[in-house]
Write a protein that binds this ligand. Structure first.
Ligand code: ZN
Length: 203
């Protein structure tokens, strides 16, 4: 037995989402069949409008509804500190700790040759511009990349790139406490606070 085409289409669309398997995709689809039309419309419109008026901040590449994001334009933030992360979700998690007052730079990925992600696919050039434009104001760069093989390779690449550019900047990494293979976006606030407070020089 095969499902009607509309149902198959939606199941396939859900299956392409990260972390959604075939069974979950089917369950979500059949759940939506019973949902009132107005709720379906709300969901459909939210998906359709998702990318409208969403920008990457021209400075830090975090998602924003303005050209320069709230964090970069906040005069109270410490402009001497840049925390480099893989994804906007990591910014969200670090902001939830309430302990970090510096700026961010979002790479939108990590170096991952198996998935054809090289340094040129990431926002590394704009990071170097961000650093150069800040002149001598930047005192420290925190490499807050996930403790995965790709995260390690990216941290190493960035450290060498920054060192070779002759910027006199302290480079640090998040401290212990981050579980190996664990993602920043899934770490709880206390773990992240400790990882920030216990950050160490990356030589
Ligand atoms: Zn920004």
């Amino acid at each position: 037995m095969t499902f009607p085409k509309q149902i198959r289409n939606l199941i396939e669309a859900f299956e392409r989402l990260p972390g959604v398997g075939g069974k979950t995709a089917a369950r979500l689809t059949f759940y939506l069949l019973h949902v009132p039309d107005e709720e379906i419309n709300r969901l459909g419109n939210a998906v359709l409008n998702l990318k409208k008026d969403i920008y990457y901040c021209s400075i830090c590449k975090n998602i924003s509804d303005k050209e320069v994001c709230e964090i970069c334009s906040d005069p109270a933030r410490d402009k001497g500190l840049i925390c480099i992360v893989e994804s906007p979700l990591d910014v969200f998690s670090l902001e939830a700790t309430g302990k970090y007052k510096g700026l961010y730079h979002v790479l939108h990925g990590v170096i991952d040759p198996l998935h054809n992600m090289g340094p040129e696919e990431l926002y590394i050039d704009s990071l170097m511009e961000h650093i150069a434009d800040s002149g001598k104001r930047i005192e420290e760069i925190i490499l807050a990349l996930n403790p995965t093989m790709e995260g390690e390779a990216t941290a190493m690449y960035l450290k060498n790139k920054i060192r070779n550019s002759n910027f006199e900047i302290r480079i640090s990494r998040l401290g212990m406490g981050m579980p190996t293979g664990g993602d920043i976006q899934y770490a709880d606030e206390t773990t992240l606070q400790q990882a920030l407070a216990g950050r160490r020089d990356y030589e």
